[in-house]
Write a new protein. Structure first.
Length: 196
């Protein structure tokens, strides 16, 4: 399988994606100057994304129904992030049901693990169905993000047409990357020059 992306798809990661795969999942849909981009637009692209994020092996196939579940989970997580940050009440029931269904798709088994730092609890997901396990892992990650202390820093990029989510490093941060910030500042400057 060819793992090379076109240059225009190489988006810089946003703060928080390195710790929360669920943020990387919701950020697979974004806009560029030439239009909307969806990194999960077909089963092959979705499979590649899951492999690159070490959620599936290269040999594990992804069918159309599983692809649809991945897209559904992405939209559910997006809706739950929005509900969490807006604080306007409970999220849409279907988004909550989709996330909970993914969590239940491959329940994890608690185990005692022992590393160089000593004993600790390790939850091992059921790997009988690798795709269900991948979706469950993404749903679990989203749950940790939504209920954890990091949730207070969640925000959607303020740049027009961006739609990427990130964790603010400070309260004044409004853009997911400097690229978005520069684009907004350039647009403001152009508009100001045009008015003069």
């Amino acid at each position: 399988m060819d793992h090379a992306d076109p240059v225009y798809l190489r988006q810089p990661p946003v703060p928080g994606e390195e710790r929360f795969l669920s943020l990387a999942l919701v950020n697979t849909r974004f806009d560029l100057s030439h239009g909307a981009v969806d990194l999960l637009d077909d089963t092959e692209a979705a499979h590649l994304w899951l492999v690159r994020h070490e959620l599936l092996t290269d040999r594990t196939a992804l069918n159309g129904r599983q692809h649809g579940r991945l897209l559904g989970l992405r939209e559910a997580v997006r809706a739950l992030l929005r509900a969490r940050t807006e604080g306007a009440g409970p999220p849409p029931a279907d988004a909550l049901d989709t996330l909970n269904s993914a969590l239940a798709g491959a329940p994890s088994t608690p185990r005692l693990a022992w590393s160089a730092t000593g004993p600790h609890r390790a939850d091992t997901p059921d790997t009988g169905n690798p795709v269900a396990a991948a979706l469950s892992q993404l749903a679990d990650d989203a749950t940790d993000l939504l209920v954890g202390t990091e949730a207070e820093r969640l925000t959607e990029c303020a740049a027009q047409n961006c739609a990427r989510w990130f964790l603010r490093s400070h309260g004044a941060r409004r853009w997911c990357t400097t690229r978005c910030g520069n684009r907004v500042r350039a647009a403001r400057s152009y508009a100001a020059r045009k008015q003069q």
